[in-house]
Design a protein around this ligand. Structure first.
Ligand code: NAP
Length: 484
C-alpha cells in the first residue's frame, strides 16, 4: 500500500535553536524527508535562528551534514539535498537581546503560514514569545511550537502557560509530546474507534490490567546534569506515559477533532487516583567494572534521582474501576522496548479443564522497535492426540502490513511538524492537560521527597529493581518480559 502524501500550503518556518542537537537530529532531517516525499511546496522557506554568527551558506552546510548523518542514502539520491538546501536561510538572533530581530522580520512574507519552532532551552521560551510580539513579527495566526520539558511542576507549568498566553492564544500554541506523533500511538485510536471488535471489551469487566513499559538500554551519560534535576517521573511519566495512558483509557471523542480528543484525555487525568507510597518503586542503576553507575553519569555522588520508576495507577471512573494500570520506565535496562499491553481476563469457565499452557488474551501495542500490534489468542495445537491448546500471535507489523520498509513510516517529528503547518492541534498537548498532569504528579514527587525515600539499586542490563516485581506479584500478576 503506497501512503498518500497530501502537500501542505506554503509556509515560513523559523527554527529557533536551528543549530542545536534536536534541530540537527530530528527537525532538519524530518523536514528533508517530507520534502523528498513531495509534501513541502517549492515556495516554502525554512529559517534557522540562533546566536552563532553564521551566514546562509554556513547554515546550509550544517544542515547538509545533519542530513548526511541522519537520513539514509536512498532518500539522498540525485540533487534532492541541494534542492532542499535552497529553501534554507539563517538569521543570527539572540532570544535575550535585540540583535537580529529586524533582519528576521524582513524575512517573513505576508499572507503565508508562519510557524516558529522554539527548539531552545525552556528558560528562553518566554523571551522568544515576547520578542516575536515586541518586534511585530508574529501575525495573529502564527503558530509556535514548544519543546519539552513543559515546566518541572505545576507552578512552573502554570507560569509558562501564562507567559505564552500573554502573547499567543491557545490555538496558536503547539506543545510537543513526540510520543503522540508515533504511528502506533495514533493507530491505537484507529484500532479502538474504527473497529467494533475491541470497544465492547475495553473496560474493567473484561480487561484484567494494562501494562505500559518504556525501557531504554542507554544510561544518562552526556545529559546527566540535566537528567539529575528531572528523573524518570518528570522526564517520562508526567508527559509521554501519561499520554499513552490517556489514549488507552479515554472515552470515544464525539469527533476526531483537536478539542474533542483533548477534552477526553483531560477527563482521564482528572480521574486518576493519588498513588499510594506502596504502589511506587524507584530505582537507580549500579555501575559495573566496565560501565559507570548512575551517580557517576550524573556526576552527583549523593543523587537520589530515579533512573527507573514503576507505579500502579488507578483510574477512578465507571469504565476502569478495578483495572489497574501498571507503568514502568527506566534507563540501562535489558532491552530497548516500548509496549502497551492490554491483558484481558480469563474466560468465565474453561470447557477444556485445567489446560496447561493456557494464557490470557493480550493485545500488545509496540511503540519501538518494530512498531505494530499483536493479539495473542488461544487455538488448538495442530495434529491428533486430543485437544491441547496453544497460544498464537495474530501479528500485525505495520511496516510489513502496509508494505513499507520501515524507513517509509514517518518519524514522529516529521508528522508533528506537518500538523503544525496544517494547523491541526490534535496531537499536541493543551495547556490544561499539562497542568492537570503536573497536579497529579506533584504530590507523588513531594511524597517521596518528604519521606526521604532513596531509589533501589538495580543492575545495568536487568529488568529493574526486584521490588518492582513485587508490585505485580502481590496482585497475582507478572510483568511482561522486556525484549526487543
Ligand atoms: P542544544 O543542543 O543545547 O541547542 C540549543 C540551541 O539554542 C542552539 O542552536 C543554540 O545556539 C540556541 N540558543 C542558545 N541560547 C540562545 C539565545 N539566547 N538566543 C537564541 N538561540 C539560542 O539543545 P537541544 O538538545 O537542541 O534542545 C532544544 C530544546 O529541545 C530544549 O528545550 C530541549 O529540552 C528540547 N528537547 C531536546 C531533545 C534532544 O534530543 N536534543 C529531545 C527532547 C526535547 P547558539 O548557542 O548559537 O545561540
Amino acid at each position: 500500500m503506497v501512503s498518500r502524501v497530501i502537500p501542505v500550503e506554503s509556509f515560513d518556518l523559523v527554527i529557533f535553536g536551528g543549530t542545536g542537537d534536536l534541530a540537527r537530529r530530528k527537525i532538519i532531517p524530518g523536514l528533508f524527508r517530507r520534502y523528498v516525499a513531495g509534501q513541502i511546496p517549492e515556495e516554502a522557506r525554512i529559517v534557522g535562528a540562533a546566536r552563532a554568527e553564521l551566514d546562509d551558506q554556513g547554515f546550509r552546510a550544517l544542515a547538509a551534514e545533519a542530513i548526511g548523518e541522519f537520513v539514509g542514502p536512498a532518500k539522498r539520491e540525485g540533487d534532492a539535498v541541494e534542492r532542499f538546501l535552497a529553501h534554507l536561510s539563517y538569521v543570527a538572533v539572540d532570544a535575550k537581546g535585540e540583535a537580529g530581530w529586524s533582519a528576521l522580520k524582513a524575512k517573513m512574507r505576508p499572507g503565508v503560514t508562519q510557524a516558529f519552532y522554539f527548539s531552545v532551552a525552556p528558560a528562553l521560551f518566554g523571551d522568544l514569545a515576547e520578542r516575536l510580539h515586541l518586534h511585530g513579527i508574529a501575525t495573529p495566526e502564527a503558530r509556535i511550537v514548544v519543546e519539552k520539558p513543559f515546566g518541572r511542576d505545576l507552578a512552573s507549568a502554570r507560569a509558562l502557560n501564562a507567559t505564552l498566553a500573554a502573547h499567543f492564544t491557545e490555538h496558536q500554541i503547539y506543545r510537543i509530546d513526540h510520543y503522540l506523533g508515533k504511528e502506533t500511538v495514533q493507530n491505537l485510536m484507529a484500532v479502538r474507534f474504527a473497529n467494533i471488535l475491541f470497544e465492547p471489551l475495553w473496560n474493567a469487566r473484561h480487561v484484567d490490567h494494562v501494562q505500559i513499559t518504556v525501557a531504554e538500554t542507554v544510561g544518562v551519560g552526556g545529559r546527566g546534569a540535566y537528567y539529575d534535576k528531572s528523573g524518570a517521573m518528570r522526564d517520562m511519566v508526567q508527559n509521554h506515559m501519561m499520554q499513552l495512558l490517556c489514549l488507552i483509557a479515554m472515552e470515544a471523542p464525539y469527533r476526531f477533532d483537536p478539542d474533542a480528543v483533548r477534552d477526553e484525555k483531560l477527563k482521564v487525568i482528572h480521574a486518576l487516583e493519588p498513588v499510594r507510597p506502596e504502589d511506587i518503586v524507584r530505582g537507580q542503576y549500579r555501575g559495573t567494572k566496565d560501565a559507570p553507575s548512575y551517580v557517576q553519569d550524573a556526576e552527583n555522588q549523593s543523587s537520589t534521582t530515579e533512573s527507573y520508576v514503576a507505579l500502579k495507577v488507578n483510574v477512578a471512573n465507571w469504565r476502569w474501576k478495578g483495572t489497574p494500570f501498571y507503568l514502568r520506565t527506566g534507563k540501562k535496562l535489558r532491552a530497548r522496548a516500548s509496549e502497551i499491553a492490554v491483558v484481558f481476563k480469563e474466560v468465565p469457565h474453561s470447557i477444556f479443564g485445567e489446560e496447561e499452557g493456557w494464557r490470557e488474551n493480550v493485545l500488545s501495542i509496540r511503540l519501538q522497535p518494530n512498531e505494530g500490534m499483536t493479539l495473542s489468542v488461544m487455538i488448538k495445537e495442530p495434529g491428533p492426540g486430543g485437544m491441547r491448546l496453544t497460544e498464537v500471535p495474530l501479528d500485525m507489523s505495520f511496516a510489513e502490513a502496509l508494505g513499507a520498509d520501515g524507513a517509509d513510516i514517518p518519524d514522529a517529528y516529521e508528522r508533528l511538524i506537518m500538523d503544525v503547518i496544517r494547523g491541526n492541534q490534535t496531537l499536541f498537548m493543551r495547556g490544561d492537560e499539562v497542568e492537570a498532569a503536573w497536579a497529579w504528579t506533584d504530590p507523588i514527587i513531594a511524597g517521596w521527597e518528604g519521606r526521604g525515600d532513596r531509589p533501589k539499586p538495580y543492575d545495568a542490563g536487568s529488568s529493574g529493581p526486584e521490588d518492582a516485581l513485587m508490585l505485580l506479584h502481590r496482585d497475582g500478576r507478572r510483568w511482561r518480559e522486556i525484549r526487543e
